[in-house]
Design a binder for this molecule. Structure first.
Ligand code: 3PG
Length: 392
C-alpha cells in the first residue's frame, strides 16, 4: 500500500483518520494513551513536512447522537501535551465551524475534529457525509488500524473522494502481522485463549492453514477438552460448539499441525478471586469445581514451545488473569514470549493488558493497537479501511 512517504503533503490539508478510542475512567480521564502515542509518528511526520493536519476519530459508541460523555476534548489535551504543540478541537466534525477551523490552519499545525460518531451517517457510511468530511481536505491518510474493520464514512467512505494512503501505524500493523501470516519464519506458533471458542472460530480456522503449532488455553480450551471426552465439572463449556471443536481437532491432525491443549488446570470451587482452588489433571476435575486457568505443567510445556518459536502470535488470556489466583498461566505465556528470540506479536485485546501487567511489553516485536481489527486480520479477512488505500 502507498504511505505518506509516497505522496507530497507539503502545504496540503490532510485528513488523518486515527483510532483515539481510548479507555477512560468514570471522571472521563484517559487511563491508557497507547493509541494516541501510536499515532504520533504519522502526525509528527506530517507536521514536519508542512502539512495542515486534520485529525478525525470515533470515541465510544454514542449511536449517532451528540453525547457529552464522548467528546474528544481530553484527547485533544493529551495529544497537545504529547506533541508539545497546541491541537485545536472543533465541536463538530463537519459544518461551518469545522470548515473555518480548517481554513485557519497553517502548515505545521494540527486540529482534532469532534467524534465522528455523533453523526449516524458515519456508521452508515453515508456518501453525502463522507463527501462533507472529504471536502475539508486534499488527501486522506488512514492510520486507524483499530477501526479498519469498520466500513464507515471516515474509515472507508472518504476514500471515494480523496486520494487515500496509509499512515505509519497502519503500515506497521499490516506489514508485521501480514508477514507473519503470509511468510512466517518457522516454527510458527499461535496461542489462542479467551473465554469462548465462538469468538475465535474464524481465527482458529485461518491459523490452522498457517501455523506449525496451535496452543489453546483459557475458557475456550474447556470446549476442546469436552470434545476429547473429558468431564469439565462446572467449567464454562459451549455445548453447541463441542462438535465444531471435534472438527477443528481433526483438521489439525489431518494437516499435521500440533494442537496443544491443557494437561492440567487450576480449578476453583467458585468463580471468585478468593475461591478455594487447586491444580488437577484434566481427567480429574471434580464435578462441583470449575477450571479457571491452565495448570503449571501445561504452562511449562506451552512456555517451552513458545521459546523455541521463530514467529509467535498471541491473542487471548490463558485463564481469568484479572484474578490473581488464576493469572499464572497467562503470566507464564507472557514471560515465554518475552524470552523468545523470534518475532513476537500480541494480537490485541486482553493479551495486551497481560503483557503490560507482567511488565514485558517492551520485549515484544509488535503489540497491535487493534482489538476487533486484529481478530479480523488474523481471520484472513480484508479490512475495509485497508482495502480503500492506494496500492504502490
Ligand atoms: C476498538 O476499540 O476496537 C476500535 O476502536 C473499534 O471500536 P468499535 O468496536 O466501537 O467499532
Amino acid at each position: 500500500k502507498k504511505t505518506i512517504r509516497d505522496v507530497d503533503v507539503k502545504g496540503k490539508r490532510v485528513l488523518v483518520r486515527v483510532d483515539f478510542n481510548v479507555p477512560t475512567d468514570e471522571n472521563r480521564q484517559i487511563t491508557d494513551d497507547t493509541r494516541i502515542r501510536a499515532a504520533l509518528p504519522t502526525i509528527k511526520y506530517l507536521l514536519e513536512q508542512g502539512a495542515k493536519v486534520i485529525l478525525a476519530s470515533h470515541f465510544g459508541r454514542p449511536k449517532g447522537q451528540v453525547n457529552e460523555k464522548y467528546r474528544l476534548d481530553q484527547v485533544a489535551k493529551r495529544l497537545s501535551e504529547l506533541l508539545g504543540q497546541e491541537v485545536a478541537k472543533t465541536s463538530d466534525c463537519v459544518g461551518p465551524e469545522a470548515e473555518a477551523a480548517v481554513a485557519a490552519l497553517a502548515p505545521g499545525q494540527a486540529l482534532l475534529l469532534e467524534n465522528v460518531r455523533f453523526h449516524a451517517e458515519e456508521e452508515k457510511n453515508d456518501p453525502e457525509f463522507a463527501k462533507k468530511l472529504a471536502a475539508l481536505a486534499d488527501l486522506f491518510v488512514n492510520d486507524a488500524f483499530g477501526a479498519a474493520h469498520r466500513a464507515h464514512a471516515s474509515t472507508a467512505g472518504v476514500a471515494q473522494y480523496l486520494p487515500a494512503v496509509a499512515g505509519f501505524l497502519m503500515e506497521k500493523e499490516i506489514s508485521i502481522m501480514g508477514k507473519a501470516l503470509a511468510n512466517p519464519e518457522r516454527p510458527f506458533v499461535a496461542i489462542i485463549g479467551g473465554a469462548k471458542v465462538s469468538d475465535k472460530i474464524g481465527v482458529i480456522q485461518n491459523l490452522l492453514t498457517k501455523v506449525d503449532t496451535l496452543i489453546i488455553g483459557g475458557g475456550m480450551a474447556n470446549t476442546f477438552l469436552k470434545a476429547q471426552g473429558y468431564e469439565l465439572g462446572k467449567s464454562l463449556v459451549e455445548e453447541d460448539k463441542v462438535q465444531l471443536a471435534k472438527e477443528l481437532l481433526a483438521t489439525a491432525q489431518q494437516r499435521g499441525i500440533e494442537l496443544l491443549l491443557p494437561r492440567d488446570v487450576v480449578v476453583a470451587a467458585a468463580f471468585a478471586p478468593d475461591a478455594e482452588h487447586k491444580t488437577v489433571a484434566v481427567g480429574e476435575i471434580p464435578a462441583d469445581w470449575q477450571a479457571l486457568d491452565i495448570g503449571p505443567a501445561t504452562a511449562e510445556k506451552y512456555a517451552g514451545v513458545i521459546r523455541q518459536a521463530k514467529t509467535v502470535v498471541w491473542n487471548g488470556p490463558m485463564g481469568v488473569f484479572e484474578m490473581d489466583a488464576f493469572a499464572r498461566g497467562t503470566e507464564a505465556v507472557a514471560k515465554a514470549m518475552a524470552e523468545c528470540p523470534g518475532t513476537t506479536i500480541i494480537g490485541g485485546g486482553d493479551s495486551v493488558a497481560a503483557v503490560e501487567k507482567v511488565g514485558v511489553a517492551e520485549k515484544m516485536t509488535h503489540i497491535s493497537t487493534g482489538g476487533g481489527a486484529s481478530l479480523e486480520f488474523l481471520e484472513g479477512k480484508t479490512l475495509p479501511g485497508v482495502a480503500v488505500l492506494q496500492d504502490k
